[in-house]
Design a protein around this ligand. Structure first.
Ligand code: SER
Length: 320
């Protein structure tokens, strides 16, 4: 990866990935794009930024050519909960964006990284230590687009030799940019509310376990997989990865170690609860470990300490 174009660069992953890649690969080698333009955001002002709607293949190809990119990291997509509010649009955006990116990669001979998700599994997948290769019959539109996307990326690799790679991300926890409407968002919201109001009611029910990962580990995984030796990859789209799995009780107990008067309760949202119940309790990430050396640094305790420190240093909880 020498010159990279990122779609959805103002989103939860993109905003942090853009700064990391600018630092590591050079400011002129990262082309951040998003459908939005946020004038005072670091992504828009600290380096190259272009407005791009991923549904517009001509503009995408023009930007990729203009900067002579060799890699595209395609992040623009609707998440699970918002996807259920408008499933037709979720299909259109998630699949339309991906087919455009795949065509541009094919034409310009670019490498592609695009994430899949734990949402690519469904109620009929094995729940615990869900294997890399297993039943994938998701019940959300987001999950349907993720499975279709995995297959399409493999198709472009096998048929056209496009170097496509991806991971199945678990819920991602971060303090820079909030997630955009996912089922795992409770595990981000809880930290903000613990600091602001010392109180949080989880929209996910007691005992519901899901895989999670702290953003620094997610970003490292993206770079490690893109840079991995392709000849060692048996799988491509997409690798199970995870760093921890917990239920709401466990994350609240960890927060209480730092904020003893934190009050935790439940106000379960049936839509997001049903989605969570259809997903695995824990993933088996051994193929990612064996094929490209996937690793992580943060467990629940280490992440909680860091999240609370970082949010406090952003002023969260001070004057609310
Ligand atoms: N975090 C995502 C969601 O909840 C899962 O990929 O939709």
């Amino acid at each position: 990866m020498k010159k990279v174009l990122i779609t959805g660069a103002l989103g939860q992953i993109g905003s942090e990935l853009t700064s990391k890649l600018r630092n590591e690969y050079g400011i002129n080698n990262v082309i951040a794009t998003d459908i939005r333009y946020i004038e005072n955001s670091e992504v828009a002002k600290d380096g190259i930024f272009e407005t791009l709607d991923v549904m517009d293949i001509d503009s995408m190809a023009l930007i990729a050519k203009k900067y002579n990119v060799d890699t595209i990291i395609h992040l623009a997509s609707l998440l699970s909960a918002v996807g259920e509010q408008n499933p037709q649009f979720a299909w259109k955006l998630n699949m339309g964006g991906l087919t455009n990116v795949l065509e541009v990669c094919k034409e310009l001979n670019c490498k592609l990284f695009t994430p899949s998700s734990i949402a690519a599994f469904g109620a009929s997948s094995p729940k615990d230590l869900t294997p890399q290769d297993t039943i994938q019959r998701p019940s959300t539109m987001y999950g349907v687009t993720k499975v279709a996307g995995e297959l399409l990326c493999d198709y472009y690799f096998n048929k056209y030799g496009v170097d496509t790679r991806g991971v199945r991300f678990p819920g991602l926890i971060s303090y820079v940019t909030p997630p955009g409407g996912g089922t795992t968002d409770y595990a981000v919201d809880i930290y903000y509310e613990a600091l602001k109001n010392k109180k949080y009611d989880s929209f996910i029910a007691k005992g519901t376990k899901m895989d999670m990962m702290y953003m620094p580990d997610a970003l490292a995984a993206i770079v490690d997989l893109i840079e991995a030796d392709g000849s060692k990859l048996i799988h491509r789209n997409a690798f199970n990865i995870t760093a921890m799995n917990f239920d709401p009780e466990e994350i609240s107990a960890e927060i209480k170690k730092h904020i003893p008067d934190f009050e935790f309760g439940y106000n379960v949202d049936p839509v997001r609860q049903a989605i969570a119940e259809s997903w695995p309790n824990s993933l088996d990430a051994s193929c990612a470990v064996n094929e490209w050396g996937f690793k992580f640094e943060y467990d629940l305790a280490k992440m909680t300490k860091d999240m609370l420190e970082k949010l406090k240093s952003k002023g969260i909880g001070i004057n609310n």
